[in-house]
Design a protein around this ligand. Structure first.
Ligand code: SIN
Ligand code: MN
Length: 292
């Protein structure tokens, strides 16, 4: 499960690492079932496409569904993440992006760290996201597209856009019109150096990518769904010092190290307490947030 030296080098040079076949068909099935529940959950944490109807994302997924809570602590995500970031990590954010057949919309060119630095005062880009493929990602259904090596530039200049929906600040972080984007000129310059890669893979693959990697994704043109469960881990010693301003489902509050859990995600009911402890902090924080 731990990363090899080759993988460490790939991640350091390219800014991403794709591992195929990390989760079994049975585990993916359970995650897909859990995803249905998530998408009928707390409206506050659901995001819809521009049509106002089609579901786009659910945030804070580690706090809702047991299987997504177990996934957040799965050693298959946590161990390589600790190795690639070089220290203990905590969960910063989790979300499910469902790019629906024919209508799932794009994500503009951006660096995740631009958001976490500007909005949350995160100290350094000692942060990565593990994207678990819940569907096969191909060239037709809007896979992530990355510029290899772009993370080595650090933060690329970008000027924040005003909120894309009047009175809805969250839309700048979650909608198809993002607040912090990388300009076309910068993208062209970076692509000239590093090219473009769409890390395609079957359901069960995991893509680890650096907080500074420039990435985007296009619309889903195909009749197939494209769902990703994304878990962002920050190094414990990189936790923002400033009191959080954004809701808990965008900036995690529990900065204690995630203890990896070994074994399958499925059949937790039969495994006893060990692997099945739900992450409670999310719900607590939701209550606080609503009350404030
Ligand atoms: C992201 O950039 O956070 C997600 C992009 C995608 O789901 O395609
Ligand atoms: Mn992103």
């Amino acid at each position: 499960m731990r990363e090899t030296e080759n993988e460490r080098t790939t991640f350091a040079e390219q800014g991403f690492l794709l591992r195929h076949g990390q989760f079994s068909a049975a585990e993916i099935e359970e995650l897909r079932e859990g995803a249905k529940e998530l998408l009928s959950g707390s409206e506050e944490r659901l995001v819809r496409e521009r049509d106002g109807v089609t579901l786009r994302s659910a945030y804070g997924i580690h706090s809702d569904e047991a299987v997504f809570s177990r996934l957040a602590r799965s050693a298959r995500l946590v161990e390589p993440t600790r190795g690639l970031l070089g220290g203990e990590v905590y969960l910063y954010q989790s979300k499910l992006n469902v790019k629906r057949p024919f209508v799932g919309d794009r994500w503009e060119w951006h660096q995740d760290y631009a958001f976490w630095r500007a909005e949350d005062a995160m100290l350094a880009p000692q942060v990565l996201t593990a994207a678990v493929y819940l569907d096969d990602l191909d060239e037709f259904n809007g896979p992530l597209v990355v510029i290899p090596g772009s993370h080595r530039q650090g933060l690329v200049e970008c000027s924040p856009r005003a909120s894309s929906v009047e009175g809805d600040e969250l839309s700048g972080y979650t909608s198809a019109s993002l607040k912090h984007t990388v300009s076309r000129e910068q993208v062209a310059r970076l692509v000239g150096r590093g090219g473009l890669v769409a890390p395609k893979g079957r359901a069960g693959a995991v893509l680890f990518f650096s907080g500074c990697l420039v990435h985007a994704s296009g619309v889903n043109l195909s009749p197939s769904p494209r769902s990703l469960a994304l878990y962002t881990y920050n190094r414990v010693d990189n936790a923002p010092a400033r009191a959080p301003r954004r809701p808990w489902f965008l900036q995690g509050r529990d900065v204690s190290p995630v203890e990896p859990v070994y074994g399958p995600l499925t059949g937790a009911e039969d495994r006893g307490a060990g692997g099945a402890r739900p992450v409670e902090v999310g719900r607590e924080r939701e209550r606080e947030h609503r009350g404030s």
